[in-house]
Design a protein around this ligand. Structure first.
Ligand code: ADP
Ligand code: MG
Length: 683
């Protein structure tokens, strides 16, 4: 961001010793540039002092008041030192107590005015503050201004960080360079870098914060979007195995149903890629039940017609099993052989499959993602299909290494992600969308109910079973794992339900069961031998049993909306009316509101948008595994509009100047982003 001279270490700053250096390093702060780029995560507006009269219990605020009496020192029974004093302004009195800080006694001089900031307690007519920060009135260090709030770490106080960022900013003054093209600075009316860095740390008004952040966020997102474009351009140039085209009707004609227009389009797009001589990098996005598997099978068909192998990877054994079954049904009429490899198989079984794959006898190999870690040899692999993976872009591809050197890649996802985020997560992929469900699917009636209607839910469950339907009941956890008690556990639940409803045939499925066991239960459910399947979220993705008509989710408020939408997608696959019942004990308005989104709409994209807004991108994609880049200042949920603009501008910029020759500083940033991205991919 600046011209030379600031890459020096922090040792040059006043107030930084060895210990502080180590503590600051924990925050990633090693150079002056790091400090300048260590943005506050929030702000505290302390510009106004409040009259004592107006103070409310529990609020954190500032007052300006005169010390009324000499402070009295003392000790609590436990030996902790304590200092008490009393202050006043023209509107009232306030008691102040300090613990563990005997020195304040000499700092507060009766008759003098100070600014105090802290949490107010107001009880029974008395107002007080405990351990407030204070300074002589008008000192403007801790009051009378907007203060930055930094991420904290052991031993590094706000005070220290403020001292240090102040020094770093002073040292940088006059050295800032503009990385953005002047046209963009003008178009978006962005403040200059020096102003932005100064004011993001030390704003005078809320508007300053807004303007400073706007510039820095734009800069960050633009660099990121340019990096994605570069990566993508690199990929696009890579050669892939050139397959020869076939008549798709040969594949479609043998299907048990006619493909939707969206499926036909997606197949045409993927086949065109595979026959182009360039490597296919395609994301197939479609809501649950839109029929993505068929598109994958069609691509495997084309590969097989060309004498090539396909690998289909799923996140769970359950899904890998199902894929093997479905794909086998779709491809065996064409004489294509399909095999399955999962972690749960015996060594002998695995050896047999691997031998078949190595000999080229197996044309399609289904398995879990772990499959890739295994030493599977696929002499003629031309296509990798990755199913139900939230993210699979350049990074994951890099991790696959040689296996996919010139093989085509089809990534399938049922998580409907807003377009802007798709570009962030899969910016390097082309996208096909299945925006149409197979005909005859009906609306799944969705209800949010509380504990008081549990009995009714059970009788509804019985009724469904009597009428020949089947039900899933999803619990948030498996068994009594102690820490998470309070949530419904599948193990106990299944036993309890069997006692309550002895007539029903109830099965149990969870992630800790052995692969073969899971398979047995799942097979029993899909053959209709079980009426009810009590399960954890292992059935979340992909599982397909057309006869299932009821989905009950216990403690539904513990799940994300998109996840619930996925769960709901397990029913409504046949011709019968299907239902989804979301049980929730959380009576809060927020929880009800959130869940009612699902009752209102079945549009996965709308649900994803709501989810993203409510929970933020981190939670949306599930903890740390979301694969989203760590931004310094941008926030993907909040800064969606800027992201959109940055994407458009990056595209525009690179069309006119593909190497960013005219913006060397921006280019440097973009290279840094790329390095970091690839680095993350490899560990
Ligand atoms: P998803 O996109 O969720 O992976 P699947 O591929 O599992 O969806 O398909 C869901 C169900 O729809 C399957 O039972 C499949 O056989 C069926 N299906 C797929 N395409 C069609 C179609 N064109 N017409 C009717 N049923 C279809
Ligand atoms: Mg699927």
């Amino acid at each position: 961001m600046t011209a030379g001279g600031l890459s020096g270490g922090l040792a040059s700053l006043r107030g930084v010793g060895k210990i502080h250096q180590a503590q600051l390093a924990k925050l990633g702060l090693v150079t002056l540039e790091d400090l300048i780029g260590f943005f506050p995560r929030d702000y505290e507006d302390r510009r106004e002092a409040k009259p004592i009269f107006q103070l409310i219990d529990g609020e954190t605020t500032c007052i300006r008041a005169t010390v009324a009496v000499a402070s009295s020192g003392g000790r609590l029974p436990g030996g902790r030192p304590m200092v008490r004093t009393r202050v006043f302004d023209t509107t009232g009195m306030l008691n102040i107590t300090f613990f563990n800080n005997p020195y304040v006694k000499n700092k507060l001089i009766p008759g003098k005015e100070y600014d105090f900031c802290g949490r107010v307690e107001a009880r029974g007519g008395y107002k007080s503050m405990v351990n407030p920060e204070f300074e002589p009135a008008g000192g403007n260090k801790i009051s009378g201004r907007i203060l930055p709030v930094y991420r904290r770490t052991e031993g590094v106080s706000r005070n220290l960080l403020m001292q240090l960022t102040r020094q770093a900013l002073d040292a940088a003054r006059g050295h800032y360079l503009e990385p953005l093209p002047p046209a963009l600075v003008e178009k978006y009316r962005l403040p200059p870098p020096e102003w932005a860095y100064e004011h993001v740390h030390y704003p005078e008004t809320p508007e300053d914060i807004h303007q400073a952040r706007r510039r820095l966020i734009f800069e960050e997102l633009l660099s990121f979007c340019c990096a994605l474009q570069f990566l993508r351009a690199g990929e696009a140039g890579e050669t892939g195995q050139r397959l020869s085209i076939h008549d798709p009707e040969e594949f479609f004609a043998v299907l048990p149903f006619s493909p939707t227009a969206a499926q036909k389009r997606a197949v045409a797009e993927a086949w065109a890629d595979m026959c182009s001589g360039r490597r296919m990098n395609r994301l197939l996005q479609g809501d649950v039940g839109s029929g993505k598997t068929l598109v994958a099978a069609a691509c495997a068909f084309l590969a097989a017609q060309n004498g090539k192998q396909t690998v289909i990877m799923a996140p769970t054994e359950l899904l890998a099993n199902q894929h093997a079954r479905t794909v086998c049904e779709l491809l065996s009429p064409h004489g294509i052989s399909v095999g399955l490899l999962t972690g749960g198989m015996t060594a002998a079984e695995k050896r047999k499959i691997k031998a078949g794959a190595a000999a080229g006898e197996l044309q399609v190999l289904c398995g879990t993602h772990a499959l890739l870690q295994e030493d599977v040899s696929l002499p003629t692999a031309a296509l990798f299909v990755v199913d139900e993976q939230h993210r699979f872009g350049v990074r994951q591809r890099a991790a696959l290494g040689q296996k996919t050197a010139d093989a085509h890649l089809l990534v399938m996802s049922a998580t409907p992600i807003p377009r802007t985020l798709t570009l962030i997560l899969y910016g390097d992929l082309d996208i096909s969308v299945l925006d149409e469900l197979p005909p005859g699917r009906q609306q799944i009636l969705t209800y949010v109910i509380g504990e008081e209607k549990r009995a009714r839910m059970y009788s509804f469950l019985e009724k469904q079973a009597r009428e020949g339907g089947q039900a899933y009941i999803v619990c948030p956890r498996i068994g009594d794992d102690g820490a998470e008690s309070g949530k419904k556990a599948a193990l106990d639940y299944a036993a309890e339900l069997q006692r309550k409803l002895p007539a029903l045939r109830i099965g149990l499925l969870h992630g800790r069961m052995k692969g073969t066991e899971k398979e047995r239960v799942m097979a029993a459910f899909s053959e209709g031998i079980l009426d009810v399947l009590v399960s954890t979220t292992v059935i979340e993705v992909g599982v397909d049993v057309p006869n299932a008509t009821l989905m009950v989710v216990e403690d539904a408020d513990l799940f994300g909306l998109s996840q619930l939408h996925q769960l709901r997608g397990r029913v409504g696959r046949g011709s019968r009316q299907s239902y989804c019942i979301l049980m929730s004990e959380d009576p809060s308005e927020a929880a009800k509101q959130r869940l009612s989104t699902l009752a209102r709409t079945s549009d996965g994209f709308e649900i994803a948008r709501a989810d993203l807004q409510l929970r933020g991108p981190g939670d949306f994609f599930g903890d740390r595994q979301h694969g989203l880049p760590a931004f310094h200042i941008a926030d993907l949920a909040g800064d969606m509009r800027v992201l959109q603009a940055a994407q458009d501008e990056a595209k525009d910029l690179l069309t006119r100047d593909p190497r960013l020759a005219a913006c060397p500083l921006l280019r440097k940033r973009v290279d840094e982003v790329i390095d970091k991205t690839l680095e993350n991919a490899l560990n």
